[in-house]
Design a protein around this ligand. Sequence first.
Ligand code: GLU
Ligand code: ZN
Length: 276
Amino acid sequence: MPVTAPLVTRFAPSPNGPLHLGHALSAIVAHDLARESGGRFLLRIEDIDGPRSRPELAREFRRDLEWLGLEWEEVPAQSTRLATYAAAAEVLKARGLIFPCTCTRSEIEAAGAVEGSDGLIYPGTCKHRPPDPARPAAWRLDAAKALAETGPLTWEDALAGPQSVDLARLGDVVLVRKDLPASYHLAVTLDDAADGVTLVTRGADLFAASHVHRTLQALLGLPVPRWHHHGLLLGEDGQKLAKRRGSPALAERRLAGEDGQRLADALRVQHLSLGT
Ligand code: GLU
Ligand code: ZN
């Protein structure tokens, strides 16, 4: 690794389910990259998911990270930043860069939407009709208008190299949810900027999202970090590890008396073997 300036990285878990091995790897990668550069490793709780967010899980997350032998600085949770999200959404609205969408998931499916890099690509239904004020609306990025404003953009992944922004694979993503002043994309982009994150680390499953985030940075005049999308741990069946396939939660292993630092070191070795 070339010598770099001190990096600011973060781990940003959502407290709507316990942490698993994949999360541990994300946290370790972010932690180690920050430490090796003499920088800072931040913890941010992404708790805007209303009723699905459980504060007691955030407390467990801190215990899990401590058990893994990590040290962090905690920055304010997303639920304290809603006004910032709403203000950014107003800016995008005023510039006609987002449009209201009242479609339900089944309407989107019925309209023949095709699968993109991150779920169904919005078929554009609401772009051409006045919003029905009686139905709750989400606000979607008008990807074509955004591209017209930003022109071609690039971003840099530490492993995959330079990338050209391609919104076609994601389409008009939701930036403001029906029930919340932001979606993941808007919140995470604003937060990473506010927290001074200079290297965004996360699993390769979120690679495509970075095209949207880079676009939002350009539209909102935010600083542009670098990215590091790490490889995903695979289960014995070669599938991505996920709780539904029975990978035990970190908290369970911790409470069963397993040595967390040994587990962290084993994950570091596995991570090396992923080459990421
Ligand atoms: N809260 C998101 C998650 O847990 C964060 C993803 C990211 O690091 O951007 O998947
Ligand atoms: Zn719609």
